[in-house]
Design a protein around this ligand. Structure first.
Ligand code: GRF
Length: 223
């Protein structure tokens, strides 16, 4: 990581294992970026400690101190803009963002969701996949648009669901692939290999499938 690498601001609410995967990818130069700041809406989020350990600025903007979603999002947006990041990375950030917020960062705002979107937008994705009797599950990195978990996919990774899986065992298997695909997707966006154009995900000037690139394919290996 060098100060001249493109800056990332990561938003979290909890443990931050995806944040750690990003920190590790930067440390081993798989991701050419500079982690400028980590912002949590919860003071107790362990990810803030991960940020401090990585030498990044750790910031808490506690949503409970704001009268409503609009004023919280305004404060959050102002703080993010003060860092002029190349990308804003949602990594377990458990707040729904207002359309005004999303519009300001359009094309620069990424999220990771623990399901094969468009399946299972929202919460309890592992439980829902188990209850549906699915044989595969996974995770998706996508551009954030005004529709909750509905923006164009960048990359999607599948994992098998095994007969004796519990929510916890399945969540662990999905997290393992999350930690691979998120740093990769960030690098593709920083390189301009994948971008959002008029609401559509584009890779090397061609529209991407709605769910994004199916991992382990990459922009370089796509036909
Ligand atoms: C991950 O499962 C991610 O897909 C979802 O929230 C969880 C965050 O986990 N958006 P962590 O805080 O990165 O460990």
């Amino acid at each position: 990581m060098t100060a001249s690498s493109p800056g990332l601001v990561v938003l979290i609410s909890g443990g931050g294992t995806n944040l750690q995967a990003i920190i590790d990818a930067i440390a081993c130069k798989r991701l050419q970026a500079n982690l400028v700041a980590v912002i949590s809406n919860r003071p107790e989020a362990f990810g803030l400690q991960r940020a401090i350990d990585a030498g990044a600025e750790a910031v808490c903007i506690d949503h409970r101190h704001y009268a409503d979603r609009q004023t919280f999002d305004l404060a959050l947006a102002e703080r993010i803009k003060s860092y002029s990041p190349a990308l804003v990375i949602l990594a377990g950030f458990m707040r729904i963002l207002t359309p005004d917020f999303v519009r300001q960062f359009e094309g620069k705002l990424l999220n990771i969701h623990p399901s094969l979107l468009p399946k299972y937008a929202g919460l309890h994705t592992h439980r829902r996949a188990l209850e549906a009797g699915d044989s595969v599950h996974g995770a998706t990195v996508h551009f954030v648009t005004e529709e909750l978990d509905g923006g164009p996919g960048i990359v999607q990774a599948q994992v098998p669901i095994l007969p004796d899986d519990t929510e916890a065992s399945l969540a662990r298997r999905v997290l393992e692939v999350e930690h691979q695909i998120y740093p990769a997707a960030i690098q593709w966006c920083l390189d301009g290999d994948v971008l959002l154009r008029q609401g559509i995900g584009i890779c090397h000037n061609k529209p991407l499938a709605r769910s994004g690139i199916l991992w382990p394919a990459t922009p370089a290996t796509l036909p």
